[in-house]
Design a protein. Structure first.
Length: 256
């Protein structure tokens, strides 16, 4: 709760775990408890810049032609990045476009366990607790903001083994089961206002981003592909298909 916030308008979130909100791809649920009459929501067409500043975020407009050109200029210089879009319905491509670069922390679950910025944090069961701990220090009472930073990343199908008693994969996978980056700053393009904004909860990295966007992209190695080869002999492959078909027919699986 921010100092000076009217108690009658306060909202308590349970669990206190997320400031990544709305229709972004990696949100954690929040239960809102009202202590009194809530403040009326802002008009639907309120610009993101105004909403962010009202929530206490440091935010400012940024000159850029359009969000995807800005993303293409920055992406080659970032070790990790993302684009998310907030679509209000079929009438528009998007209401907002969200851009993030170079997370302040990275949480990974792979065959070796859970790692935070490369440091081992425990077995697979520690992943959810570590994610909550990362978000716990960054609460934001701003329900009107659909995105204002948070954990963004991916969770593979194999993460289901942490939630349900299902068999775990028997062979190592080349990609992490889950990987989340903690983004404390970023860019939001407000399509209604036609404005790109930068916001931050931590260090102001805008000048760094703008300098990187003006640099030429570093050279990239050309894509190459070696000769294709089968990982299973044909009889073994056909036997596996028959077993999968049997599992589907028995109701034990619907997708393999």
């Amino acid at each position: 709760m921010r100092p000076g916030l009217d108690f009658a308008r306060a909202r308590a979130y349970n669990p206190p775990n997320s400031f990544l909100r709305g229709d972004s791809s990696c949100t954690l649920s929040q239960r809102v408890v009202e202590f009194g009459p809530a403040a009326p929501p802002p008009p639907a067409d309120t610009p993101f810049l105004d909403l962010a500043r009202a929530a206490g975020l440091r935010a400012q407009p940024v000159e850029a032609a359009e969000p995807f050109a800005f993303y293409r200029a920055l992406r080659p210089h970032a070790r990790a990045s993302f684009v998310l879009e907030s679509a209000p319905g079929p009438q528009r491509r998007a209401e907002h476009t969200f851009l993030g670069f170079d997370p302040q922390a990275t949480l990974v679950l792979d065959d070796r366990g859970v790692h935070l910025d490369g440091a081992w944090r425990g077995g697979p069961e520690a992943f959810a607790a570590e994610a909550r701990a990362l978000l716990g220090a960054h609460r934001l009472d701003a329900p009107a903001l659909k995105y204002a930073g948070g954990l963004v990343g991916q969770m593979g199908y194999d993460y289901a083994a942490q939630l349900e008693p299902v068999p775990r994969p028997r062979v190592p996978h080349p990609f992490p089961t889950a990987e989340l980056g903690l983004y404390l700053d970023g860019f939001v393009y407000d399509h209604r206002a036609g404005q790109l904004c930068y916001f931050t909860h931590g260090p102001d990295r805008l000048a760094r981003y703008q300098a990187l966007a003006r640099r030429p992209a570093p050279p990239r190695e050309p894509f190459s592909c070696g000769p294709l080869r089968a990982s299973l002999a044909r009889p073994a492959f056909e036997d596996a298909v028959r077993r999968i078909q049997g599992a589907i027919q028995a109701g034990d699986a619907y997708q393999v």
